[in-house]
Design a protein around this ligand. Structure first.
Ligand SMILES: NC(=O)c1ccc[n+]([C@@H]2O[C@H](COP(=O)([O-])OP(=O)(O)OC[C@H]3O[C@@H](n4cnc5c(N)ncnc54)[C@H](OP(=O)(O)O)[C@@H]3O)[C@@H](O)[C@H]2O)c1
Length: 335
């Protein structure tokens, strides 16, 4: 089968190649999916660039892509919840990366049926960003009706879903984006949009119950400047907290370094009696099933910026890595 492969560390233009590789073997609790569509996420170019080398080096060549939608081709002998012909989507486990290929394996409990009202392209836009938004807002901060939330980068892959989910949960949503995306973010339901090229969210008089930090860097610590005492900050790009460091199975020495780097954030949180959590999203078929219902009811609509065909998949990742995508970037594996 054809698969887009990472051949060395670097950028999309120089380090990716379509290669002929064997169809992967699947185990008794796994399904083999004939890929229809896939989508890229920032983690794909970050790993390619070598940002996560400290957590283990890549054995090249290696596939790329974590989001897939397609048709179940075959199932393992213990699989009860899927059969050949089912239309499924999945954020596949790290062991089975990548989805930019004609076939991909998923654990059966990482997959779910695609939302019945969506196409394969639309469904491929959901898994990683949808699960991240769901886990951040529902599992970590337990966002409730009437609360004020600040969601950064409302026009991004995660932000476009998080805004709609937060509105569905009954929250008052403020979101940041640049001038060209203000309308998009308003249309997604944000009650207030801050154009960061003209105003700083630090000038907001209102204080937030929750900040969803999708930007990291200075924005993680800044979250506490606009947070109510006792509020909650969940970050997907900021300092790793001790819970996540343990979840990664990092050794004590690395955890100590990370704790040192995160000390300002944890000290500030403690002073304000606030919660700080770093979230590293995880695959979950059960949650994809719940998320599918939100799309089927119309509470969340997919936002797709661009769709590329397989032979242009390298350009798709190049585009995403500009950091300017408005929603998701899709690759159609099957024409
Ligand atoms: N920890 C996890 O499990 C996890 C999971 C998913 C994602 N992430 C991380 O979360 C981040 C966001 O992911 P994503 O998929 O949403 O990325 P993305 O789709 O590439 O985000 C692009 C968007 O970010 C906006 N943006 C850039 N700088 C901004 C700023 N200073 N203020 C407000 N908006 C800004 C851009 O809007 P403009 O063009 O208008 O600036 C653009 O629409 C990435 O760093 C990703 O690696 C982590």
């Amino acid at each position: 089968m054809k698969s887009l492969m990472m051949t060395k560390y670097g950028d999309a233009g120089t380090s990716l190649k379509v290669q002929e590789v064997p169809i992967p073997n699947f185990g008794k609790n796994q399904i083999l999916i004939k890929t229809h569509s896939a989508s890229f996420n920032p983690i794909d170019y970050k790993i390619l660039r070598g940002d996560f080398k400290a957590m283990g080096k890549i054995q090249f060549p290696k596939g790329i892509g974590r989001d897939v939608s397609g048709i179940v081709e075959k199932v393992g002998k213990n699989v009860k919840n899927f059969k050949a012909g089912d239309k499924v989507y999945s954020r596949i486990a790290e062991d089975f990366v990548g989805t930019m290929a004609e076939y991909v394996i998923s654990n059966d409990n990482d997959a779910a049926l695609i939302p019945s009202n969506l196409s394969f392209d639309e469904s491929a836009s959901i898994p990683l960003a949808g699960l991240t938004s769901y886990q951040a807002l529902v599992d970590v901060v337990k966002l409730s009706s009437g609360e004020n939330i600040l969601i950064h980068a409302g026009s991004g892959g995660v932000g476009t879903i998080a805004i709609q989910l937060a509105k569905h949960l009954g929250a008052n949503v403020t979101s940041t984006t640049s001038t060209k995306n203000v309308k998009l973010v308003k249309d997604l339901g944000a009650d207030k949009v801050i154009d960061y090229t003209k105003h700083s969210y630090l000038d907001e008089s209102a204080k937030f119950d929750v900040v969803f930090d999708t930007l990291g860097g200075e924005h993680t610590l800044n979250a506490f400047k606009v947070l109510k005492d006792g509020g909650r900050v969940v970050s997907i790009s900021g300092a790793l907290d001790s819970i996540t460091a343990k979840q990664f199975g990092l050794n004590k020495f690395v955890r100590l370094i990370l704790a040192f780097q995160a000390r300002k954030v944890t000290k500030t949180a403690a002073k304000m009696n606030a919660m700080y959590r770093f979230l590293f999203m995880s695959s979950s078929g059960a949650q994809l099933k719940k998320i599918a219902k939100l799309y089927e009811s119309g509470s969340i609509k997919p936002v797709i910026d661009k769709t590329y065909d397989f032979k242009s998949s390298i350009q798709a990742l190049e585009y995403l890595s500009t950091g300017r995508a408005k929603g998701k970037v899709i690759v159609k594996i099957v024409k």
